[in-house]
Design a protein around this ligand. Structure first.
Ligand SMILES: *Cc1c(COP(=O)(O)O)cnc(C)c1O
Length: 355
């Protein structure tokens, strides 16, 4: 792989206030770009001033949606290092997604090196206030100008960075979720296991209706065929603690394989908690709730890390979980994972990578 050329911006932007960063609203001074052509492969890796991309209106991504992305964060650790959390997993996953969407793979070690190089250039943008981080968004789009339906011969790989505020400002806050019987997110054989924009596009309407009609902040997606088995919650993986056991839907081809999901399973097993990856139906959840055995429900993903679920709304039934407060298991997972990410908990798992 060719070296990364760096062209520094001459006009640096003022940094936003750390108290009001929000999510995905501010972007740093530089971005990473690399092109692909079927003749040359991936080439011209470069870090350049952040700015608009110039694309032909016939670029295939606009018409047939060939695109994949990733999401991870850089954390300023308590001892002033810059840490990434399992970036090798994001490298593997972007290639897994690309394979499904017919996009050529990127060398995984180079993917991590590209992240690290860009972050080092933008180190001043990593906020330091408690709970803040620098969100990293790598993505690939099809750029060949052609309207024939086939996979593109040209692609652009880009990485952009966005300083983000603390997800929870006052501790974990349980959310109420709507179990959708109508819309589905993905089906087996489709693209649910790939991190691709189309999955998000198709989930927006259900999310919006859950909010407007049922005052629920997220949707719990059921399987696309029987509308019976649990898949994911919003854009997070989901876990249920029932009578001491933790259950999460198995990776069946329509569920995204979360890195937080993988880390949570690992930690729970280490703590001696039994974790099952299997099919779990909405009826089983309702029965567990009726029997007083549904102890905790939580979502997992890079953005929130752990998102406790305090209530479920399904077929006009409104159930409350753990009296609507954060469970002990959810809290311990959150504290441990964020502890590792910010260098407060010694990383005996080898999950953090320095920049
Ligand atoms: C990214 C994503 C997740 C969470 O993955 P993490 O690697 O834990 O951030 C879960 N579900 C969907 C649909 C996603 O796109």
């Amino acid at each position: 792989m060719n070296p990364i050329r760096i062209e520094k911006s001459t006009q640096l932007k003022p940094k936003p206030e750390q108290q009001s960063l929000g999510f995905g609203k501010h972007f740093t001074d530089h971005m990473f770009l690399m092109d692909y052509s079927s003749d040359e492969g991936w080439h011209d890796a470069r870090i350049v001033p952040y700015g608009p991309l110039e694309l032909d209106p016939a670029s295939m991504v606009f018409h047939y949606g060939q695109a994949v992305f990733e999401g991870l964060k850089a954390y300023r650790s308590v001892d002033e290092q810059i840490l990434l959390f399992r970036p090798d997993k994001n490298a593997q996953r972007i290639n897994h997604s690309s394979t499904r969407i017919s996009i050529p793979p990127i060398d995984e070690a180079f993917f991590v090196e590209a992240l690290q190089t860009l972050i080092r250039v933008e180190a001043d943008w990593i906020p330091s206030m408690e709970g803040t981080s620098l969100y990293i968004r790598p993505f690939i789009i099809a750029t060949e100008a052609a309207l024939g339906v086939r996979s593109s011969d040209h692609y652009l790989f880009a990485i952009i960075l966005s300083p983000g505020g603390a997800y929870y400002e006052e501790g974990l806050k349980p959310i109420r979720i709507f179990v959708d019987n109508h819309y589905v997110r993905a089906v087996q054989g489709g693209t649910g296991h790939a991190k691709t924009p189309g999955n998000y596009a198709s989930s927006l309407k259900g999310q919006m209706e859950a909010k407007e009609q049922h005052n629920c902040s997220q949707v719990l997606w059921l399987d696309g065929i029987e509308r019976t088995y649990i898949e994911e919650v919003g854009s997070m993986n989901v876990f249920f603690k029932i009578n001491g056991e933790v259950i999460t839907p198995e990776l069946n081809g329509s569920i995204l394989e979360g890195i937080t999901r993988n880390s949570v399973i690992h930690l729970l097993r280490e703590w001696g908690i039994h974790v099952s990856e299997r099919k779990i139906s909405i009826d089983e959840i309702m029965r567990a709730s009726d029997d007083g055995l549904l102890e905790e429900v939580f979502g997992t993903g890079t953005a929130a890390v752990i998102s406790p679920v305090g209530g479920l709304f399904w077929n006009n039934r409104d159930i409350v979980i753990n009296e609507g407060i954060t469970g002990a298991c959810s809290q311990k997972l959150y504290d441990t994972l964020t502890g590792i990410q910010y260098g407060k908990v010694q990383d005996k798992w080898g999950w953090t990578v320095k920049c």
